[in-house]
Design a protein around this ligand. Sequence first.
Ligand code: GLC
Length: 479
Amino acid sequence: MKVLYATSECAPFAKTGGLADVLAALPKTLAARRGVSIRLVMPLYGSINPSWRAKMKFVKYIYISLAWRNLYCGLFEMKKDGVVYYFIDNEYYFKRSEIYGHYDDGERFAFFCKAVTDLLPQLDWTPDVVHVNDWQTSLIPIYIRRARAGDPLYDSIKTVLTIHNIEYQGRFGAELADELFALPASLVDDGTLRYGTGISLLKGAIECADWVTTVSPSYADELQFPFYAHGLEQVIKNNSDKLTGILNGIDTKLYDPQTDPNLAHCYSPETVVDKVYNKLDLQQILGLNQDESIPIVAMVSRLVEHKGLDLVAASLDSIMEMPIQFVVLGRGDWHFEQLFANAQNNFSGRLSANIMINFGLAMKIFGGADIFLMPSQAEPCGLSQMMALRYGVVPVVRETGGLRDTVAAYNTETGEGAGFTFANYNASDMVQTLQQAISTYNDRETWLTIQKRIMSLSFDWTEPAAKYMALYRQLTGKR
Ligand code: GLC
């Protein structure tokens, strides 16, 4: 089985979110299997660390024609962990400090997608499956389908699209279909690309890919409803016979409280009481009052509304009336950043606002915190709650998407469950659930039992990788 992954981000080369972690782990896990050959292609961003850049080898260059443009495309490669990584070079498009957020993102990723499609016959290797991710690579299954008509090479390739978040769709004006993406008006007229009066590249990929996956079974179900589907509920319903939800994993070697070098004190499920040393360390680093018995509630998140920040903003005062300390880490919308920065002054010694992205600090927070708050409006999968579980930080989550699939609700009667959950997107339900978690925290025996249990849950990539493999086999009929 030969699989080519196409992505706009992949750790450690370029990362803005969970997509990069998935693309760092899944290809590597599959590459370790016998008889499997895995490659991955991504843009050669200017922001990629020079030490990686130095390890890349120039392969060739070609010219890409896209609408009226004729564009240079360099190809670099690097082998790592059994995977061949390809990097698409065009300095005009990719030598910029940020990977997204430019006025011409549509044009940049159209170039990338056309380059990947045109390179397929130029490699010394033809994939059985091209697996694309989110809107940035959504043009690939559309271009491949158009290239198929009679071309045996493209005919032999199956395409898979994974939706990591349906909110970001690559929506553009309909006039750009031809002008920018070199796609005929017929694809707009027949509805393949049409979204309202414009087009959605993700929609086009849902229509054109041979299979569509998303990152949890619950999110796959939720996508049939307008609240979650951002206008694509009908196209999801029409394509439900080729849609499956496969839960992501996490890198359990990287995220391991028994070996994590960021922790003041490593611990295992058996020694989870030792988390207290990490708590004291965290309190000292963040300028919180040192108190080993007070529960620390933590959020490590993008500070945006769909992560549930509006619920937290609306109830911050009631949250801070509880006997807790509150730690926030992340960046996002200006008004949420400001809210926490101000709250740090108002609740000095009890609230720590870290408006930044900082991997080492994130791990220290998982090491020292007791409760992890993640009240997302929608959560396709979510990786932080799995990290929290692994570090014995009990999650308080809304029952949605991957949160629902990874955090079984604690049952006071039977004592079973992994965290505290609420169903409706509503600030008072969240506050009540948090209160329930805090009163359970005070019952030390019960709390320790929950911590031991959640630390022993397994979220590594073995099972998800096997599911993807089964899907590729079913699609291609190959081993
Ligand atoms: C997106 C989703 C998140 C998911 C990640 C990886 O960032 O919002 O829920 O975990 O992709 O699939």
